[in-house]
Write a protein that binds this ligand. Sequence first.
Ligand code: ZN
Length: 159
Amino acid sequence: MSELDSLYQELILDHSKRPVGKGEFEAPEGSLSASHHEFNPSCGDEITLSVAVDPTTGAIERLNWDGQGCSISMASASLLSQLVKEDSLTADGARERIDAFREMIHGRGATEPDDELLGDAVALQGVAKFVMRVKCAMLAWVALEADLTQIDSARGTGS
Ligand code: ZN
């Protein structure tokens, strides 16, 4: 195992032990919120991810999740929460990150992930080699995507 791999493993373990964003969700007044539950039957992971968006600016005001599952799925939800928080993402910004993450996870190492877009979430790039774990890694990101689609149609900008 390379030094980078073990560094990544540590990061994943750390996030699965002390997850960011895990906890109860309360939408701020005046925000648009959505909640989505995702289940991964091949591993048993489940996540409910809730998000609140400012209807005028599109800024993500709050994101919380709860769930249970393998360390990959839990670490991934935590890394996603950290990314949204640290970069103060808007709904559109988050969508861009979701696309980049999906490309990394489904790319099987074919492309170098963009750490400016993905931050610490690049730690999950090793997952791309294990087809069985792809769903684990994608779970929270897919849930956020579903939330944002729901909010979009509420904002009237839905595609
Ligand atoms: Zn899993």
